[in-house]
Design a protein around this ligand. Structure first.
Ligand code: ACO
Length: 428
């Protein structure tokens, strides 16, 4: 850490503030004494200039299109690693040895079953409930079932709850899907990999043997890797904020799921595919590009633009090549892929998108793959939540273990009425 200083004159006071450096990335000005010494707050809605924590998990260079997990580039992890290995890496800081990976995978596999009583919980939902609504409810309810791992001051409890969340999320997600289509729940099969088991619980039926297609399993595992963590995004910050009050991890992850649901965040993959369907054929693309550029039209190109990436999202590159692999493995074609490729080409050659540095993000192609595998659009964000759970859990653990951790409590610029006297109802 560097001990450079920045100075600020505000409210008649000049304040010297330490400048801290990480291992890589922009320095930060430590403003913690600002209010105490000047009586002023900083103002940063949307936190575009605010670092909220120290973190050693994930690094993004948005201008260069770089994403590193514990230092390893996402492209290398997507090509050579597995979701279980990336999960271990995020949680523990280093890649596992073969023995460590085997032990970790066994532990996760042994936690895949849900308390049987949770199955009844599903039946309280309407059949047409959005699976993200079910996810929020069921994951929040886990804290009522696993009391023995909710003492956040106990590292062992934290470890068990982390393993439980990562292990049970595929089961919860698959059950949400099964409930919506009226098929019986399929229990986990511990002979299968994390991802193979999820595919079986989702697409298998008790009446028939289910065969995992290796190419689909690999593609799905890669999609999980691509979504595993992404620094202090909205849902991760939500998990940290919820956790900062001492809330139990199941409740915190449920809060993260709720945040992820929004169309500006995890809901964008569903919105991107819906948009491609609405556009339909390449000849209609220009009309939608014009709409996206029109200030008076709220329409945006879904799957385009990112708060941090001002370059091609490195995850979108992997996603685009994965589409081709899945199509080849399943022997399918989807004209929407051609529409997506053409839309990307037209947008990237348009000065509006170039000036605003708007590029395809991870969600632009993911919907096309997931749809080819057989998932309905409503499940897309659920899959994102499943994969991101490891990132949320790792970030939550990092926060709880940080001795400098405090409850998250932003302030505001108040713009409401100043003090006034209550007027009785009879006089209004
Ligand atoms: N289509 C058209 N114009 C856009 C788009 C888009 N997808 N995204 C941003 N812009 C324009 C805005 O209108 C704005 O223009 P202005 O400067 O003339 O007002 C400018 O680019 C900057 O946009 P902001 O909304 O200020 O940028 P911000 O960083 O707050 O938003 C966001 C990022 C929310 C991702 C935005 O690009 C967006 O809405 N994209 C579509 C939704 C999407 O794909 N979300 C997925 C994000 S990735 C993820 O969560 C995994």
């Amino acid at each position: 850490m560097s001990d450079n200083q920045a100075s600020l004159t505000a409210g008649g006071t000049t304040l010297d503030m330490p400048v801290k450096s990480g291992t890589i990335g922009p320095d930060v000005i430590d403003i913690r004494k600002l209010y105490g010494q000047t009586g002023m707050f900083t103002y940063d809605p949307g936190f575009t200039s605010t670092a909220s924590c120290d973190s050693a998990l994930t690094y993004i260079d948005g201008d260069e299109g770089v994403l590193l997990h514990r230092g390893y580039p996402i492209g290398q992890l997507a090509e050579h690693s597995s979701f279980m290995e990336v999960s271990y890496l995020l949680l523990n800081g280093e890649l596992p040895s073969s023995q460590e990976l085997a032990d970790f995978s066994r532990t996760i596999t042994r936690h895949t079953m849900l308390h049987e009583q949770l199955a009844t919980f599903y039946r309280g939902f309407r059949r047409d409930a959005h699976p993200m609504a079910i996810m929020c409810g069921v994951v929040g309810a886990l804290s009522a079932f696993y009391h023995d791992s909710t003492d956040i001051s106990d590292p062992q409890h934290r470890k068990i709850s982390s393993h439980r969340l990562i292990a049970k999320m595929p089961t919860i997600a698959a059950m949400a899907y099964k409930y919506s289509v009226g098929q019986p729940f399929v229990y986990p099969d511990n002979k299968l990999s994390y991802t193979g088991n999820f595919l079986k619980m989702t697409f298998g039926v008790p009446a028939e043997e289910y065969e995992v297609i290796p190419a689909v399993e690999k593609a799905m595992d890669r999609i999980f890797i691509l979504h595993a963590d992404h620094e202090q995004n909205a849902s991760t910050s939500t998990v940290r904020l919820a956790g900062s009050s001492g809330a139990n991890p199941f409740a915190c992850i449920a809060a993260g799921i709720a945040c992820l649901w929004g169309p500006a965040h995890g809901g964008a993959n569903e919105a991107a595919l819906n948009m491609l369907k609405e556009i339909g054929t390449p000849d209609r693309i220009q009309h939608y590009i014009d709409r996206a550029k029109d200030k008076n039209d709220p329409f945006r190109l879904m799957g385009f633009g990112h708060r941090v990436y001002k370059n091609y999202d490195p995850r979108a590159t992997v996603m685009q090549s994965t589409v081709r692999e899945v199509f080849a493995a399943l022997n399918v074609q989807d004209p929407l892929f051609e529409t997506a490729l053409r839309l990307e080409e037209i947008a990237l050659s348009d000065p509006y998108f170039a000036e605003k540095k708007l590029f395809p993000n991870v969600d632009f192609y993911s919907g096309i793959i997931l749809s080819a595998i057989g998932f309905p659009t409503t499940m897309f964000t659920v899959l994102f939540a499943l994969a991101r759970t490891v990132g949320w859990v790792a970030q939550w653990n990092e926060m709880i273990s940080d001795p400098g951790q405090k409850i998250g409590r932003p302030r505001q610029l108040y713009t409401g009425p100043t003090q006034r006297d209550y007027v009785p109802l009879s006089e209004r």
